[in-house]
Design a binder for this molecule. Sequence first.
Ligand code: ZN
Length: 338
Amino acid sequence: MSVRIEVLSGLGEKAPAAILVEAAGKRLLLDAGGALHPGQSSEWAKRLDVDAVLITHDHVDHIGGVAALPAELPLYCTPPVAAALPHGRDWRPLPERGQCRVTGIPVTTGQAGHSLGGVWLHLGIADGVFYSGDACLESLLFPFDEPPPARVALLDASYGVYDTPQVQCREAILQRLTEPRVLPVPVSGRALEMALWLDAQAARLGMTWNLDDACREALEALVRLSPELRREGHDAAIRRLLDASRTASPMLWLVADRDDDPVDWPGHRLLHTGYLTPRRQRQRVDGETDWQRWNVHLRLSHLRSLMGRLGAREVTPLFTSVVDEMIESLVPSSSTAL
Ligand SMILES: [Zn+2]
């Protein structure tokens, strides 16, 4: 079966995700990303003609373009991700871990280790096409499921050749918790595992901390999910965390990222842990805020390991500006890049 793959957006830069896969006379769109910051182009949806769209997870650069798609276009996602769709948008369920068919094409899904209800996608065509969505092998909370073999791999390379283990990131963040801090985070991903980690660290160091209502609601949603969708051993800690009474003026705040500015938090200093918009990059350079990564994407040695486990022979590194360097790092010498 011949397959044509076109990355409409997300190749060569950290940009909205949109990938077109054409096989067996059908055209699937994998993710429908929206702009990560004002001014970023998300024009990929113009004149698009596809039979169905599959959404991996609920972050804006993967789901934010749904509003630009025809309302009648069949859309598939997991139930937790559907909560982030535009109000009233029809959708059909993707298994959180399992198999289904979309326009006759066999689709396998598994947990991607990145966010609440987020999955990777494997299409059973042409010896396997694997799309990681955003994925991470180091989450304390979200499992990463082993995918089936795939000849073609479209991988989350958001971190380029970066390869620092998460344990070092956590240590570096800890070093910065010596003054009042606000940590703005995406609620359906990093917020949940950072809440667990912060709870343990704050207790150890005698610091007060709190989380805002949005982070709290996301944690409550997490414990309502089927237990197989989170790593074992955290439920008691999550319930304790949710039941604890907390001060309204803590030293550390974990808050939903609402594009906060330093002026919004006069008594605290912002510590960002993920993607920085151009405006936030300027604030960091000007010394107004701090940044220390908390890993939520695949780092280089994990990309290599995943390529080997998939048996992939063709790779497309997504969401990175260092595409050639990544291909050189990932592709065995006898293979080709897409
Ligand atoms: Zn994401």
